[in-house]
Design a protein around this ligand. Structure first.
Ligand code: ZN
Length: 438
C-alpha cells in the first residue's frame, strides 16, 4: 500500500462512467483522496508524483449494487437451499462473517469493485461503512429485510428477516430501519401481501428512504412499483414484461438490477453435490480467501436426500429458462431507457464476493447491452442505486478517487476488466497482486 497525497496519472485513455466517447491521452490529477481534474485540459502541478499510464485505460472503480455480507458465497450461509449445518453450524458461519468481513472487502478491491450495496442482512451490516477506509470498498447497507414470508433463517437473538405480516409491522419495520441508519428499505416480496407492502412503501417515503424490492414475478414487481419502489433488485423472470411495468418504472424513476448469474450458482452447487465434482471457480486474480475456496471445494462431499440427477436436470432447465427470460426483459428495459445497475447478489452459493462481477458484466453484454452500456451500469448507475453517487461512480472533479487502470481496452472486451493492473480507492493506488486473497 502506498499512501499518496497527490499523483497525476498521464497518457491513459479515460472512460469516465458517464457513457460518452473515451478520451485519449487524458490526465487524471488526484489530491487528498479526491479527483482534482480529469481530461485533456488538466495541468500537472509542479513537483507532483506522476504515473505514466501510456497504453492503458482508466475507468471508475466498479460498483456491485447487490451483495450480502451476511452470506458466505457458499451453502453454509444458505442452509435453506442446501442444509450443511451438521458440518458447518449456521451460527458459527454468521459469527465468522461478522468477525471477518475484511476478507470480502479485500476481494472486492482485488476484483476492481470499489463500492458495494448490501441489500439485506443482519443488523451489524449497518455498521460496516464505519470500517470503510481505503482498504475497503464504500459500503452502503439496507440492513434486515422486511419479508412477507416469515423466514426461519435467523439467529436466536438477531434477525435478518423481519416478518412483514401486516400494515402495522410494515410501519414498525421501517421506523426500526430508519432509526438504525439503514440506507434503504428492502422488502423481500415473496408471499403476496399488498397492504403490508403499501404500508412499508408509505412509511419509507416518510422516512425519506428508497424502497427497494425483491419481486421476480411481473405482478409482484408492479405491486412493488405501485408501493413506490425505486429499485428492483432482480429481473422479472416469470413472464415477458409489458408497457405497464415500464410506465410504472418511469413514473418512479426506478432502476433495475438484473442479477443474471446468481441462480446459476445454485444450479452449479446442486450439480456438484450430485456429480461429486468440485465446481469451477472463476477468480482470475486469486482474490477470494482460502477459507471460502476450501468450502467451495467441499461441495462434492455434501449430500441432500432430495437431490439426484433428475432433480439437477430439472433445476438447471428452470434456471436457464429464467435467465433467458430475464435477459430478454432486461433488453426491453434498456430499449425503453430504464436505468440499469449491475449487481451480482454476491454471498449466495457460488456467487463469490468480488470476482462474480466479471461474469455478471459479461452476462449483461451477452443479453445484448453494449460494453459501454454495461460499464455505465457498473459504475455511475450502480453508484446511484446504492446512494453513493454524490461521492463515487464517475471520474470527475470532487469525487473520491476510486478508479481502475487496465492494460487492455474494456470496450473491446469486458473480459479486460479481469486483467486489471491497479486499483485506486480513495486516492491510494495498489497493484492487484497486493490485494490477492491467497
Ligand atoms: Zn440478494
Amino acid at each position: 500500500m502506498r499512501a499518496l497525497i497527490a499523483i497525476a496519472i498521464l497518457h491513459a485513455t479515460l472512460i469516465d462512467g458517464h457513457g460518452g466517447a473515451p478520451v485519449k491521452d487524458a490526465t487524471v490529477v488526484v489530491r487528498d483522496g479526491k479527483i482534482e481534474c480529469a481530461g485533456v485540459e488538466c495541468s500537472v502541478p509542479k513537483g507532483i508524483k506522476v504515473f505514466d499510464a501510456r497504453g492503458m485505460w482508466i475507468t471508475p472503480g466498479l460498483v456491485d449494487a447487490h451483495v450480502h455480507f451476511s452470506q458466505s458465497g457458499w451453502a453454509d450461509g444458505r442452509p435453506d437451499a442446501l442444509d450443511v449445518r451438521a458440518q458447518y453450524p449456521y451460527e458459527q458461519t454468521i459469527g465468522e462473517l461478522k468477525a471477518h468481513p475484511e476478507r470480502f472487502a479485500r476481494s472486492y478491491l482485488c476484483s476492481g469493485v470499489t463500492s458495494v450495496f448490501d441489500v439485506g442482512g443482519y443488523p451489524w451490516t449497518l455498521q460496516l461503512h464505519e470500517r470503510a477506509d481505503t482498504s475497503w470498498p464504500h459500503v452502503s447497507a439496507a440492513g434486515p429485510l422486511l419479508s412477507t414470508l416469515d423466514h426461519w433463517l435467523n439467529l436466536p437473538a438477531e434477525r435478518q428477516f423481519v416478518f412483514l405480516k401486516d400494515e402495522a409491522s410494515g410501519r414498525e419495520g421501517v421506523k426500526y430501519l430508519a432509526a438504525q441508519g439503514a440506507r434503504a428499505v428492502k422488502v423481500w416480496y415473496i408471499e403476496e401481501n399488498e397492504a403490508a407492502l403499501m404500508a412499508a412503501g408509505d412509511e419509507a417515503a416518510k422516512a425519506k428512504l428508497p424502497l427497494i424490492v425483491h419481486a421476480t414475478e411481473l405482478a409482484r414487481a408492479k405491486a412493488a412499483l405501485r408501493a413506490g419502489a425505486k429499485l428492483l433488485v432482480h429481473s422479472v423472470w416469470d413472464a415477458d414484461i409489458d408497457d405497464e411495468l415500464i410506465a410504472l418504472m418511469k413514473k418512479n424513476g426506478a432502476i433495475l438490477t438484473p442479477t443474471l448469474t446468481v441462480a446459476g450458482g445454485y444450479a452449479r452447487m446442486y450439480e456438484s453435490v450430485v456429480s461429486k465434482k468440485a465446481p469451477e471457480i472463476d477468480d482470475p486474480n486469486h482474490c477470494v480467501d482460502a477459507a471460502t475456496i476450501a468450502k467451495v471445494n467441499a461441495t462434492p462431499s455434501m449430500s441432500d436426500p432430495d437431490l439426484n440427477a433428475a432433480a439437477v436436470v430439472r433445476i438447471s432447465k428452470r434456471t436457464s429458462d429464467r435467465v433467458l427470460l430475464s435477459a430478454a426483459n432486461l433488453m426491453k428495459l434498456v430499449e425503453a431507457g430504464i436505468p440499469i445497475a449491475t449487481g451480482t447478489d454476491a454471498g449466495n452459493p457460488l456467487t463469490l464476493h468480488g470476482p462474480s462481477i466479471h461474469a455478471e458484466m459479461l452476462a449483461m453484454q451477452t443479453a445484448g447491452m453494449t460494453p459501454m452500456q454495461v460499464i455505465v451500469a457498473s459504475t455511475a448507475t450502480a453508484a446511484r442505486a446504492a446512494r453513493l453517487d454524490d461521492i463515487t461512480g464517475t471520474i470527475e472533479k470532487g469525487k473520491d478517487a476510486d478508479l481502475l487502470i487496465l492494460s487492455a481496452d474494456p470496450l473491446q472486451s469486458l473480459d479486460n476488466f479481469r486483467r486489471l493492473k491497479y486499483v485506486m480507492r480513495g486516492g491510494v493506488l495498489r497493484g492487484v497482486a497486493e490485494l490477492r486473497g491467497r
